[in-house]
Design a protein around this ligand. Structure first.
Ligand code: MG
Length: 166
């Protein structure tokens, strides 16, 4: 197997889908937080930007790392005390947000403020995934921050390109 896998983007997309998150869901969050700034913004354009964000290797690596931790927690396979901390989504545990910053940092300070907003307001799919993590045995501690970060990064990408396709 080659060290660099050209299908990594698709693997990241498949992993997100396995957690119940489609690119359409993420694009919807991007649309909701950008529609007031660009009058002719479309879902299609938001989806394009979400895909561009997922082309980045750094972003794919965050997806692989975060979702692996959530899945290991679901299988009770993390060492203690990390197992309980991650599985219970402990309030003081901020490593999930810190990891997600690896995505938003690529797009500068607009990315950071967008992420803070999506995370706090639990926009769209972010709120749904957060609820799923709280209500059943599934662990979404890292997953919710990752999708918030991808949506925020896509919004920032749109802002940086002033709403133009790139
Ligand atoms: Mg979280």
């Amino acid at each position: 197997m080659a060290w660099v896998d050209l299908n990594q983007q698709q693997k990241a997309i498949d992993l997100l889908a396995s957690r119940g998150v489609s690119l359409q869901d993420i694009a919807e969050v991007t649309f909701l937080i950008q529609k007031d700034y660009f009058a002719d913004l479309t879902m299609d354009f938001c989806l394009h930007n979400v895909q561009k964000v997922l082309e980045k290797t750094e972003v794919q690596h965050v997806v692989f790392t975060g979702i692996a931790l959530d899945e290991l927690a679901e299988k009770q396979m993390l060492p203690q005390p990390l197992q309980d901390i991650v599985h219970s989504d402990m309030g003081l545990y901020g490593v999930d947000e810190i990891l997600a910053l690896g995505i938003v940092n690529i797009y500068g300070s607009i990315g950071l403020t967008n992420f803070g907003y999506v995370d706090k307001a639990k926009v769209g799919i972010v709120g749904k995934i957060d609820q799923i993590g709280k209500e059943n045995d599934q662990c979404m501690t890292f997953t919710d921050d990752i999708i918030a970060a991808i949506a925020a990064a896509a919004a920032s990408r749109i802002a940086h390109n002033n709403g133009k396709r790139s």
